[in-house]
Ligand binder design. Structure first.
Ligand code: GLN
Length: 496
């Protein structure tokens, strides 16, 4: 099993493996695990092999190769790909074939990565378990009776199942970090605007961000390097220079670094003891590496979830209005005659197409968002949420005037059983308790494997940094991984 991008690059440069061999073995592994894990919505067999052949040819001719030459990478099915469908795991986009590549996909191709397929997700990235997909649930490779988390559950499960070393996920309220935590892999949500959203199907535009997933900080730094940077076609993309992320990994001496441990995160009800212990033990690891640990409070953190669940659905209701069967998306073919009669054929087409195309969770978000934005209620909900967002951001500004990084849990519990929360939206939303703050404030955050609980399920910790300080997250994350072996733990589900 080839699960490190660095290793794959080395094998090729030393002439011990070709890109075609690596790609073939990744495809075989996907096929062996797809039925049980269901991490992929689309497998790009022929095209992946032909791009691997091109990489091998370039190498043979001595032509310059990109930073990810011959490395298989999976892409969440919310990112547009010219040569593969982009479904957002929704019936609404079941037959959508984009005419262009997302900016990050273009960058992968430029880096000579092998784009191996598209990964399963919660429908339109709304969820925390990958159970709302119209293409079936994804299962957690550590325990097939449990969810991999979500919404990027396919993108983290495919790494945990050993099919690819790297994948791209998206994170609107935790969708990279929470499933990374559930699947025992490393995932990073960059600063809002660090990575372009061009070609990312919008869920909540002011929160969405693309980011890298892999086993180690070293590997995800490589992918982050490749996808970061200004994109003129995206008005929210930042013009800042991209630092050399891998240079940040050279030292594991944390002396002088101040890490704030989140008081509220550990006091709040419903947090599993093992999760709490994982955070406390990690604090000791950071301390031993030279960091100073300080207790920090973010007084408005109790408003994170309510604020997020007004802003995200509001933006979603607006973004998803384009899928009406006329402009975009699934179109109802047989209009119900009574509906056509009473609403007229155009409105009946909109209604029936949306009724058929969207799943229950997406409809719930559209209704909540439409309500929160409606005349007479917008001041009470949407405008209030924007004010709360400002206070939340202010808490971080104060905290980061005292510490360099914040340490806390990723989610309140390890991976939960399939079916446990799917009929209880509020319980599902509480999975996001510790992750949505970073999205509301636009700051970067990383999820790092932190051992296992008594059932052998992965535990994780989260580090958050000020805007554009990805380097600091990678530096501290690499130091943590140099001091622990948690990122080297692998599920044994498929090794019998
Ligand atoms: N679980 C959160 C939600 O359902 C976050 C999703 C995400 O980050 N895409 O909205």
């Amino acid at each position: 099993m080839l699960d490190s991008a660095q290793e794959i690059l080395k094998l090729q440069s030393q002439g011990e493996a070709t890109a075609v061999e690596i790609t073939t073995s990744a495809i075989e592994r996907i096929e062996a695990t797809q039925q049980s894990v269901n991490a992929f919505t689309h497998i790009n067999r022929e095209l992946a092999i032909s791009s691997a052949e091109k990489v091998d040819e370039k190498r043979r001719l001595g032509e310059p190769l990109g930073a990810l030459a011959g490395v298989p990478v999976a892409v969440k099915d919310v990112l547009c790909t010219q040569d593969m469908p982009t479904t957002c795991s929704s019936n609404m986009l079941r037959n959508f074939q984009p005419p262009y590549d997302a900016s990050v996909v273009e960058k992968l191709r430029k880096a000579d990565a092998i784009i191996i397929g598209k990964t399963n997700m919660d429908e339109f990235a709304m969820g925390a378990s990958t159970e709302t997909s119209a293409f079936g649930i994804t299962r957690n490779p550590w325990d097939l009776t449990r969810t991999p988390g979500g919404s990027s559950g396919g993108a983290t499960a495919c790494v945990a199942a050993g099919t690819v070393p790297l994948s791209l996920g998206t994170d609107t309220g935790g969708s990279i970090r929470q499933p990374a935590g559930f699947c025992g892999v490393t995932g990073l949500k960059p600063t809002y605007g660090r990575v372009s959203r061009y070609g990312l199907v919008a869920f909540a535009s002011s929160l969405d961000q693309v980011g890298p997933i892999g086993w180690s900080v070293e590997d995800i730094a490589l992918l982050l390097q490749c996808i970061s940077g200004y994109e003129p076609r995206d008005s929210t993309s930042l013009k800042h220079d991209v630092p050399d992320y891998r240079a940040a990994l050279e030292s594991s001496d944390l002396r002088g670094l101040k890490i704030g441990i989140l008081r509220e995160a550990l006091d709040v009800d419903g947090v599993d003891d093992a999760v709490r212990e994982g955070v406390m033990n990690s604090a000791k690891v950071f301390e031993q590496a030279g960091a100073e640990i300080i207790e920090i409070s973010l007084p408005h953190s109790k408003y994170w979830v309510p604020t997020y669940y007004v802003i995200a659905p509001s933006e979603a209701s607006s973004n998803l209005s384009r899928y009406d069967g006329a402009h975009y998306g699934h179109r109802a073919s047989d209009l119900q005659p009574e509906k056509a009669e009473s609403l007229g054929p155009l409105v009946a087409t909109y209604c029936q197409s949306r009724a058929e195309g969207f799943g229950a969770e997406v409809k719930r978000r559209i209704m909540v968002g439409t309500y929160a934005l409606s005349e007479g209620y917008a001041d009470q909900y949407y405008t209030q949420a924007l004010k709360a967002r400002r206070l939340i951001k202010g808490d971080y500004d104060v905290a980061f005037s005292q510490v360099d990084l914040l340490l806390g849990p990723v989610s309140p519990t390890p991976a939960f059983p399939i079916g446990e929360k799917i009929d209880d939206p509020l319980q599902m939303y509480l999975c996001d308790l510790f992750t949505v703050g970073a999205n509301l404030a636009g700051i970067p955050a990383i999820s790092l494997p932190a051992g296992t609980d008594h059932q052998g399920l992965p535990l994780a910790i989260q580090l958050q940094a000020p805007a554009l300080e990805e380097t600091r997250l990678l530096f501290a994350g690499a130091a943590y991984q140099a001091a622990t072996d948690f990122h080297k733990l692998r599920p044994d589900t498929f090794e019998s």
